[in-house]
Design a protein around this ligand. Structure first.
Ligand code: G6P
Length: 595
């Protein structure tokens, strides 16, 4: 994963802005960090294990005109100061940061060592610095030394390098994100737009196979075509996100802020029906020619399951869904003209992008639902729409799940020709806005009960089976308590054996009467075996339970938008009570750019 940043400008002052950018990228990985800055020719590096604040926060680094930074989520090589980026060449004249994984780097390492290079880390990245140094020593000019090194690489990379004496950033991208930001007094690059919003809102989005040279006044981009470089002209795009959106304001954590943003986002989606109409029409017309397969990972996969349900229920559209990491193995049936709907918050999840590449190679059309502007998925899809949730910083996805579900609701409804969608979503938004405090209070109480438990089960039916999966995922990823989501009716075929006296079972009670009756049987089943049952349910229903949250959900199809919020809050408060940082759960990263 990892986040990278680079700044080159006319005046001194890159160090402070590099650190600001890195803090915005911390969600991509946070086991180690580092920056390299150059002023009068010498490159100075500060790096180490720990958070950005701890490693470079008050670093006494000489300021400079050009610099690069990195926040790491270890892949090649353990978490150690040596493996932290930036990596330097032997003579310290080339520094490199990298996001991605290089194939066959062991061979290059051996070759470099045989030529007398001394490598200090176990990383794949370090070879790049030594390759560039070797080319410079052979007499190549800086740009060509960099390009020659890049030509040797296989695998995924977003690489930024600085070279002693050059007021420039050298960039290369293949299968890992890299955006270029255009400023008044300099130019910038980073893994995503959010990292540069404090500097600019004008961006150029690099594509795979491109190399760029950034100086304070110029941006030049080339496409690597075999051995030759072809100059490319790319449009500048303005991004609507503002730096204020990256502020957690009065909230203790981004996750809590993002949970509270949901009513506002639902309203925004409700007011944008026209925006989604064109996409829905296009999807509908494509559906005449081929079958529909949804692909997504993590929380987006759960939204995709709800999407599959809504498309079937509302629009009579049959679809399949494949979890992204399994897509290569389960998609042999795809043909020319079939449609793949990719759902991703970041638009950068490597498994999703790989699925899309496979789909395209088979002649399928790719449509996508994305949150981050300019992300790779939007660039490789035939058609994309945005969920308009704004930047999401908490590693655990919350507001983007609700936004994805809402957009899938809108799209399914538009395909079916239903009306009243905007009104329905506005009502959900108002309902949530009015009940946030009581949801929070209930969730806190429940968290206090759950904090000492080893297992928690989440059971739902129909459209709320994926909601149960999402509730369990939220709890396990940020509180580290084992949690499992299950279809309520399937539970008796095995997992019921795990219920002991006091095992918590969170039951999502359907609005639909028939489904509700069945769920009540399931509640009895777990209760009679000693489960502590917590129901999230429609108001005014007599349901046997140890604790209940009554909601004003009035319709089965919109109930996930309501039931999800207390589940997110339960996970959040449980993590907080246990002293765990909900914004940065251990071992996880928000954007998983490795397969
Ligand atoms: C990571 C994140 C999850 C996210 C998943 C898919 O695992 O920790 O929160 O749901 O990636 O991300 P995407 O950006 O494709 O939705």
């Amino acid at each position: 994963m990892c986040g990278i940043v680079g700044i080159v400008r006319r005046r001194l002052g890159v160090a402070r802005d590099l650190i600001r950018s890195l803090k915005k990228l911390e969600y991509r990985g946070y086991d180690s960090a580092g920056i390299a800055v150059m002023s009068d020719g010498d490159i100075e590096v500060v790096k180490g294990v720990g958070t950005i604040e701890a490693v470079v926060g008050d670093a006494k680094i000489r300021d400079g005109y050009v610099g690069i930074g990195h926040t790491r989520w270890a892949t090649h090589g353990g978490v150690s100061p040596e493996n932290a980026h930036p990596h330097l060449s032997c003579n310290g004249e080339v520094a490199v940061v990298h996001n991605g994984t290089l194939d066959d780097f062991e061979g290059m390492r051996r070759e470099l060592i045989a030529k007398g290079h001394v490598l200090h880390s176990e990383t794949d990245t370090e070879v790049v610095a030594h390759l560039v140094e070797g080319n410079l020593k052979s007499g190549d000019k800086p740009l060509s030394a960099f390009v020659k090194a890049i030509k040797k690489l296989k695998g995924s990379y977003a690489i930024v390098s600085i070279i002693s004496g050059e007021r420039a950033l050298f960039l290369a991208r293949n299968k890992s994100p890299l955006v270029i930001g255009l400023g008044e007094d300099g130019n910038y690059c980073a893994s995503d737009v959010a990292a540069l919003l404090h500097l600019t809102n004008r961006f150029i989005f690099m594509d795979d196979g491109e190399i760029a040279l950034l100086t304070p006044s110029e941006v030049e981009i080339w496409r690597l075509n075999g051995d030759s470089l072809e100059k490319v002209h790319k449009e500048t795009e303005e991004v609507e996100w503002t730096p204020q959106l990256l502020d957690k304001g009065a909230f203790d954590h981004f996750m809590l802020k993002e949970i509270h943003e949901q009513p506002h986002i639902l309203r925004k989606i409700a007011e944008s029906i026209d925006y989604y109409t064109r996409f829905s029409e296009r999807l509908n017309s494509l559906l005449r020619d081929g079958s529909l397969t949804i692909v997504a990972a993590g929380t987006s996969y759960h939204a995709g399951l709800i999407g599959k349900y809504l498309l079937s229920k509302l629009a009579g559209v049959r679809s399949e869904i494949i979890v992204a990491s399994e897509f290569p193995e389960w998609s042999s049936h795809l043909r020319q003209g079939d449609i793949v709907l990719a759902i991703s918050q970041s638009g950068e999840t490597a498994d999703v992008l790989e699925a899309v590449r496979i789909a395209k190679s088979k002649g399928s059309k790719v449509v996508s639902i994305v949150n981050v502007p300019g992300s790779t998925l939007t660039r490789i899809s035939d058609e994309s729409i945005f969920i308009q949730a704004g930047p999401e910083i908490g590693v655990a996805a919350t507001k983007t799940f609700s936004a994805q579900v809402a957009v899938l609701y809108v799209v399914s409804s538009l395909i079916s020709g239903r009306s009243g969608i905007s009104r329905e979503l506005t009502e959900v938004s108002e309902l949530l806005r009015g009940s946030m405090d009581s949801l929070d209070e209930f969730s806190k109480k429940m968290s206090d009960l759950l904090k000492d438990k080893e297992h928690v089960f989440f059971l739902g039916r129909g459209i709320n089976y994926p909601t149960a999966l999402e509730g369990a995922l939220k709890l396990k990823e940020i509180s580290y308590i084992h949690a499992e989501g299950y279809p309520a009716g399937e539970y008796k075929h095995g997992p019921l054996a795990l219920i002991e006296e006091g095992t918590p079972a969170i039951m999502l009670v359907p609005v639909n009467e028939e489904l509700r009756k069945k769920t009540i049987y399931n509640i009895m089943e777990v209760r009679s075996r000693g489960a502590f049952t917590i129901t999230i349910q429609p108001r005014g229903m007599e349901i046997p339970a140890d604790a209940s949250l009554e909601t004003d959900a009035w319709d089965e199809l919109i109930s996930p938008l309501i039931y999800t919020v207390p589940l997110q809050l339960i996970a959040y408060h449980t993590a907080v009570i246990l002293g765990r940082d909900p914004d940065k759960p251990r071992n996880l990263a928000k954007s998983v750019t490795v397969e």
